[in-house]
Design a protein. Structure first.
Length: 94
């Protein structure tokens, strides 16, 4: 799957907001369509490491007021891209 570059929907009331949406979320297209005006967003490819994708996208960025992640999870863990993050996995990404 080819993931498009971050896209700015347009300037408006939500500047400084960045949203990452995992492509394994079944309704990701609807979520993108419903984002607040001015939000920047990036799809997280479900086939590769989500944290690496997020780090690459945010490298060199500053001035963000909020970063949101839409993905799947369970008690004590979250799936982000092809990675499962839990208490055991977090130290490797610190």
């Amino acid at each position: 799957m080819t993931i498009p570059p971050p896209t700015s929907l347009c300037t408006g009331p939500a500047p400084g907001t960045f949203v990452f949406i995992d492509t394994r979320v079944p309704v990701w297209q609807a979520l993108v369509a419903a984002l607040p005006t001015g939000s920047e967003w990036q799809l997280v490819d479900g086939a590769s490491g989500g944290l690496a994708q997020i780090a690459a996208t945010l490298a060199g960025r500053s001035g963000l007021q909020a970063v949101h992640i839409v993905s799947h999870g369970a008690q004590g863990s979250v799936q982000l891209g092809g990675s499962t993050l839990d208490a055991a996995a977090l130290p490797a990404h610190a």
